[in-house]
Design a protein around this ligand. Structure first.
Ligand code: SF4
Length: 240
């Protein structure tokens, strides 16, 4: 095995271990919460949270890129190119998140039946989003909901566990973020820099522009590939 492929293998192995760890933590947390009378609404075919922008570290995107068939590769490419056009003039995160939810039509990795086509390698971000309210709230645009309904929603939240004022479980999201940061640290120690960004964009860059090969050559080459492909926008990809 060459040094380059060994480096990529180390990144992928760590991402896999982190995902397995989070998976076990989520399962045990949900079991405990339910046995104490709490409700969790996530389940198969439930996909409203898949309309939100998913951001991941490089290794997790690389793992997803290795799982795509031609159809999904094309769907990811369409998604990435559309998003690139849409975010051109966008500078603020809230505007980006709104635009993504309203205009992008869901994750390109979703199957028609609502199942995730890359479920075994789905990123930490997806795994850590666990809903304590019905799925209709996961894709809701709160600016369009009547004030009384909004107040009833907030009043019904279990403030001991949610990332208030959202209905997602705080400790699971925080753990996902900590694991992502550990993945970024590993990339920095192996390659001298870390990449983080929109899942569809990073997957497209891996598939169509050999971002992994560029990253192995160093930060400058990775930045060049990202810029040449037109994705050098801080809301889409960051290099740190
Ligand atoms: S990767 Fe899978 S779980 Fe995550 S947003 Fe896309 S379809 Fe949903």
């Amino acid at each position: 095995m060459t040094q380059s492929s060994e480096t990529l293998k180390q990144l992928l192995d760590q991402a896999k271990q982190q995902q397995m760890f989070l998976e076990m933590f989520v399962r045990s947390w949900v079991d405990d919460y339910r046995s104490g009378g709490g409700a969790v609404f996530c389940g198969k075919g439930c996909r409203n949270c898949c309309s939100l922008a998913v951001h991941t570290g490089f290794a997790e995107a690389l793992a997803v890129a290795g799982q795509l068939n031609r159809e999904k590769e094309r769907a990811v490419e369409r998604y990435a190119l559309t998003l690139r056009e849409l975010v051109g003039g966008v500078k603020e995160l809230p505007q980006y998140l709104r635009l993504h939810r309203d205009a992008m039509g869901g994750c390109p990795l979703l199957n028609d039946d609502g199942a995730c086509s890359v479920y075994p390698v789905r990123p930490l971000t997806c795994r850590s989003l666990i809903s304590t309210r019905e799925s209709v709230w996961c894709g809701a645009d709160f600016s369009k909901i009547a004030p009384e309904e909004r107040e009833a929603f907030v009043a019904g939240l279990d403030r001991k566990v949610v990332s208030f004022p959202s209905h997602y479980v705080a400790v699971l999201q925080e753990t996902g973020k900590e694991l992502e940061e550990a993945g970024a640290q590993q990339m920095r120690s192996l390659l001298g820099f870390a990449l983080y960004g929109n899942l569809g964009v990073l997957v497209h860059l891996c598939r169509a522009h050999d971002l992994a090969g560029a990253a192995l050559q160093g930060r400058g080459e990775a930045e060049r590939v990202i810029a040449e492909a037109g994705f050098d926008h801080p809301l889409l990809v960051t290099v740190s």
